[in-house]
Design a protein around this ligand. Structure first.
Ligand code: NAD
Ligand code: ZN
Length: 376
């Protein structure tokens, strides 16, 4: 097939391009090479230039989109700004790139009268807000965000909304209602909604993939907004202690980019279109687990510090229920956390990295989003 990947020069797009080309597809990339991701003098990599037809352009431009859709059979829509914290202060740009960019792409599909075999949308677990939990007295709950007052006092647990007892995180299913807690999350939900309207009205077969926390070789080591794995790597490499936000207790689902690529490939021909799938490892990991496993992959001893720090507005737990993805997409994640981290470390060790921790803290502080619990 002739396949267009918007944002194809990014982390997930680059891995996906390699895999699609290896399967015999022709790939075209439309990417604006955002300097935050690609540096001050952004260029397509020599590898991508060899593998794909690379076009510098924006999903915000109707003519760029229409030209990029020439002769295309399937589209992966990945172009987006992706920093959850940053989206809370660069609001207009996040809404523009993610929401308007999707609107322009859909309009281009319509104006160009392209009959796509499939549109695959890269969505996010962020649209759930908090994940699902169980209270031993009140059953399954989908709570709202925790109170900052409790967090300021060092209580980071998730209380039941009915009885205040601490709850246990459960795997989050695709049916969990959407409750976006950031501008970024809201834009991803809107991307889904616009694709849904379009799918229903114009019979466009859309497959929506809700990626959890993606990591692996090629992820940005410069962008301070997109990931704890890069932040920990820079600190570990400098022999510094790792500050465990919320005492290292928050639970996430770290899925290796190779498994995400597997889901992307399956989505191209997924039996029933217009479905939404979780793409995670299905394994809950605490932030402390991430730190220790990463240090193990680097053959270092992690020094974990609890300074009572937290990010205002962060969720406590969310990890993927994979029943639907396994059954209807045939998705089977292969990479466990240690092997995934070893793959990341083998690559990152040869790359320059910056101290991303100080950068994120100063940005969060500047916007009142950095918390520190008072402890007696
Ligand atoms: N990495 C994760 O953990 C994760 C998790 C959930 C969802 N996602 C989603 O997956 C997709 C890809 O994420 P990624 O991690 O590869 O991010 P990335 O930042 O590495 O890649 C995004 C790409 O989009 C490009 N881009 C930005 N604005 C554009 C525009 N106006 N026109 C064209 N291109 C533009 C950037 O230059 C970049 O190359 C995004 O939609 C993101 O929201 C990622
Ligand atoms: Zn309860």
């Amino acid at each position: 097939m002739n396949i267009l990947i918007t944002g194809g020069a990014g982390f997930i797009g680059t891995h996906t391009t390699r895999a699609l080309v290896a399967q015999g597809h022709q790939v075209r990339i439309l990417d604006s090479l955002d300097p935050q991701i690609h540096g001050a003098d952004p260029k397509f990599s020599a590898e991508l230039l060899q593998l794909a037809e690379c076009r510098l352009g924006s999903v915000l431009s109707l003519s760029d989109c229409m030209q990029a859709l020439d002769g295309i059979d399937a589209v992966y829509h990945m172009a987006a700004r992706t920093g959850v914290g940053q989206s809370m202060y660069e609001i207009a740009d996040y809404v523009s790139t993610n929401v308007l960019g999707t609107a322009v792409l859909l309009e281009a599909l319509l104006k160009k009268k392209v009959e796509l075999h499939r549109l695959v949308l890269s969505s996010s677990r962020a649209i759930y807000g908090e994940g699902l939990y169980n209270c031993s007295s009140h059953g399954v709950q989908h709570p709202e965000i925790r109170s900052v007052t409790a967090m300021n006092q060092g209580d980071f647990s998730m209380p039941c909304p009915h009885c205040q007892a601490p709850m246990q995180a459960l795997p989050t299913t695709e049916d969990c209602p959407s409750a976006p807690l950031s501008v970024y999350a809201r834009t991803k939900k809107e991307q889904e909604d616009y694709c849904d309207y379009f799918a229903k009205t114009y019979r466009l077969p859309v497959t929506t993939l809700r990626y959890f926390n993606v990591y692996g070789s090629g992820q940005s080591l410069k962008n301070p907004y997109t990931g704890v794995v890069s932040i920990f790597f820079s600190l570990l490499r400098e022999g510094k202690a790792l500050s465990m936000y919320e005492s290292g207790l928050p639970i996430r689902d770290f899925v290796h980019v190779r498994d995400v690529v597997q889901a992307n490939l399956l989505a191209l021909n997924a039996g029933a279109a217009n479905q939404k799938f979780n793409v995670g490892s299905g394994v809950p990991a605490t932030i402390a687990d991430i730190a220790r496993t990463q240090a193990q992959a680097m053959k270092l001893e992690a020094q974990l510090e609890d300074r009572g720090e937290f990010r205002v507005g962060d969720i406590f737990a969310c990890y993927a229920d994979l029943e639907r993805s396994r059954r209807d997409l045939g998705f089977k994640p292969q990479m466990d956390l240690l092997h995934g981290m070893q793959e990341f470390v083998a690559w990152a060790s040869g790359e320059a990295s910056e101290n991303l921790y100080d950068k994120t803290v100063s940005e969060l502080r500047a916007h009142g989003l950095f918390g520190q619990a008072r402890r007696s």
